[in-house]
Write a protein that binds this ligand. Structure first.
Ligand SMILES: N[C@@H](CCC(=O)N[C@@H](CS)C(=O)NCC(=O)O)C(=O)O
Length: 211
């Protein structure tokens, strides 16, 4: 959403439990949780609030209440759809992750396709691009990291994905070092280490970071 609304930004990685403790001690986390978006002197928590704040600020919440309702509906269902992709790196194997993603896509992909057809603009919520298209494209990018051909049977969804990811600011972001790659075991281990949580049960010594 930062890229889609033309806001230059930096990522500040939290690599160690000490980094997280320092961030907590800084008082910048309103609810003691990550992620944190620092923008114009404000410290924002909750990714859905950040996304909507950026959408309003960038004029991507549609032109009226009906558009906004469709944005919220599509973003809500996209969260359900994206959950499987967020969990993929935590699965026992890539084959299991891909099988789960295919099942989830079989449920939602045709619904997204039908919604785009019904809308008629090529976008999913309104006559023009909204943050719902950006959020949906982000979720699709995660699916494509695991299943590169997954959009082959949904041409409208594929066209929406292309329309969003070829926006100049979005394309520049996707091709930059700011864009994280597909999460791997290293990411899963780093997240458990920083948050001092258990690893997925299939990993050796799964409790090794639990304090
Ligand atoms: N619902 C929140 C996610 C909040 C969350 O689960 N944050 C985790 C890290 S991804 C965290 O800070 N956990 C530590 C804690 O809750 O104390 C969002 O979408 O931003």
């Amino acid at each position: 959403m930062l890229a889609a609304t033309g806001v230059a930004f930096t990522n500040v990685p939290v690599d160690t439990p000490e980094d997280l403790a320092a961030l907590r001690a800084s008082g910048k986390l309103p609810f003691d949780q990550m992620p944190l978006l620092e923008i114009e002197g404000e410290c924002l928590s909750q990714s859905s609030a950040m996304i909507r704040y950026l959408a309003r600020r960038g004029g991507l919440y549609g032109a009226n209440d009906t558009d906004a309702m469709w944005c919220d509906m599509v973003v809500g269902v996209t969260a359900d759809f994206a959950e499987t992709a967020i969990q993929a790196a935590f699965k026992p194997s890539a084959d299991v992750a891909i099988a789960d993603l295919e099942v989830r896509f079989a449920k939602f992909g045709p619904r997204f396709e039908a919604r785009i057809e019904e809308q008629g603009s090529g976008f999913c919520a309104a006559d023009t691009m909204t943050f719902a298209d950006v959020v949906l494209a982000e979720a699709l990018s995660s699916y494509l990291e695991w299943c590169p051909d997954i959009l082959s049977g949904t041409p409208r969804l594929a066209a929406l994905f292309k329309a969003i990811t070829t926006q100049p600011d979005v394309a520049a972001y996707l091709n930059s070092d700011l864009r994280y790659g597909r999460p791997d075991d290293e990411y899963v281990i780093a997240a458990a280490r920083v948050l001092q949580r258990a690893l997925p049960a299939h990993m050796p010594d799964a409790e090794r970071f639990v304090v």
